[in-house]
Ligand binder design. Structure first.
Ligand code: F6P
Length: 369
């Protein structure tokens, strides 16, 4: 095995470049390997001219790479294995393209969707290893993944700033935080950032209870700080929602808006804090909409330079992935369990990871449902 291709798919985050840096160093020095990055992950690998997406990489490119933000190889959510793309022959094109440019094996960083595509690649006979990354922290088989610690660190500091401002202006403040299926990011940012209330997808919200808690806190301290995961669920027939939608046409319109799905069938989200803002104002009978402010941390947590934990994790994943590949092993994800880097079967990694704290722990942290 000589020529290894890199792919960095899905949402960008911190720590991906540290993984690339470690692979480049270990692979070139230890095994004389040649590396090539494939820009835009599976989209580039399936392009008519894959050559246009190739970036030759050597040990010199590793210098200073580990603490660069996002990914130097760009990203996409292209899915060669969707039903539509299977019918168009993309899986076959993918393999033919890789063979055409002499790529013998693939190292990929990704979340659930990219890991699934990497599994598909392995099944087509291309040796591949995945390393988990996601600010949502929602890949199974690993204690944590690239990007999460960095997103929590910066997110908590941004959240603290909204807490101070809400106190100063005596306001109710909602901060929307990514997390489609899993609420880890809201939970940890909220806890570290000083939230009074945290809302997560795992615990669908009873709006009367939420508004009751907001009103009580507002009465007692004069301000309230709420961390809300973008994937937080509210029941469409919740009477508090129905009443707010009747009184506020914009709520009704927002509820009807269909943001569509991505290539992997995941719903595109965003806007829950704006909806909750109006519901809380209506239920509490507040005069002005400005009494409840909404901030969306959104993509501010994705293109960040990595904190030390993510650099270390990226480097450890990279060293291990290259050693395993050259030991003739492929077809799994590398993960961190306890203090050890381990091999995780794809099927185990692909089980959706959710917040699993006890209800007592969640209540103590401020989670409301
Ligand atoms: O990577 C997962 C995620 O962070 C989700 O929380 C979010 O819904 C999604 O990315 C949105 O990313 P994009 O708009 O880049 O597809």
């Amino acid at each position: 095995m000589k020529r290894i291709g890199f792919m960095t798919g899905g949402g960008d985050c911190a720590g991906i470049n540290a993984f690339l840096a470690a692979c480049l160093k270990r692979g070139s020095e230890g095994y004389g390997a040649e590396f090539v990055g494939i820009r835009r992950a599976f989209e580039g690998a399936c392009a008519d001219r894959i050559e246009d997406f190739l970036v030759p990489l050597g040990p010199a490119d590793a210098v200073g790479l580990e603490n660069k933000p996002s990914t130097i190889l760009e990203s996409s959510r292209f899915n060669p294995f969707s039903e539509a793309n299977r019918a168009k022959g993309y899986p076959e094109k993918l393999v033919a393209n890789l063979k055409k440019v002499g790529i013998d094996a693939v190292l990929a960083t990704g979340g659930n969707d990219t890991i699934k595509s990497t599994k598909g690649l392995t099944e087509l006979g291309i040796p591949a290893i995945a390393a988990p990354k996601s600010i949502d922290n929602d890949v199974s088989g690993t204690d944590t993944m690239l990007g999460f610690k960095t997103a929590v660190t910066f997110g908590a500091s941004a959240f603290r700033s909204t807490v101070e401002s809400a106190r100063t202006h005596r306001r109710i403040s909602l901060v929307e935080i990514m997390g489609r299926e899993a609420g880890w990011l809201s939970l940890e940012i909220g806890l570290a950032g000083g939230a009074d209330i945290i809302l997560i997808p795992e615990k669908p919200v009873d709006l009367a209870r939420l508004c009751g808690r907001v009103a009580a806190l507002n009465e007692r301290q004069g301000y309230v700080n709420i961390a809300v995961a973008e994937g937080t669920r509210i029941r469409l027939d919740d009477p508090v929602l129905v009443a707010a939608a009747e009184a506020t046409p914009v709520v009704a319109a927002m509820l009807k808006e269909d943001l569509g799905k991505d290539e992997h069938g995941n719903p595109k989200l965003g806007g829950i804090a704006q909806i909750l803002r109006r519901i809380i104002r209506h239920r509490l009978g507040l005069k002005k909409l400005e009494d409840v402010r909404a901030t969306d941390l959104g993509f501010t947590l994705r293109g960040l330079p990595p904190v030390a934990d993510d650099i270390i994790l990226g480097l450890r994943f990279g060293f291990a992935a290259v050693d395993l590949l050259f030991a003739g092993e492929a077809g799994f994800m590398v993960g961190l369990q306890g203090t050890r880097i381990v091999k995780v079967p794809f099927a185990e990694a692909l089980v959706q990871k959710k917040v699993d704290w006890s209800e007592t722990d969640l209540k103590n942290a401020g989670v409301v449902w």
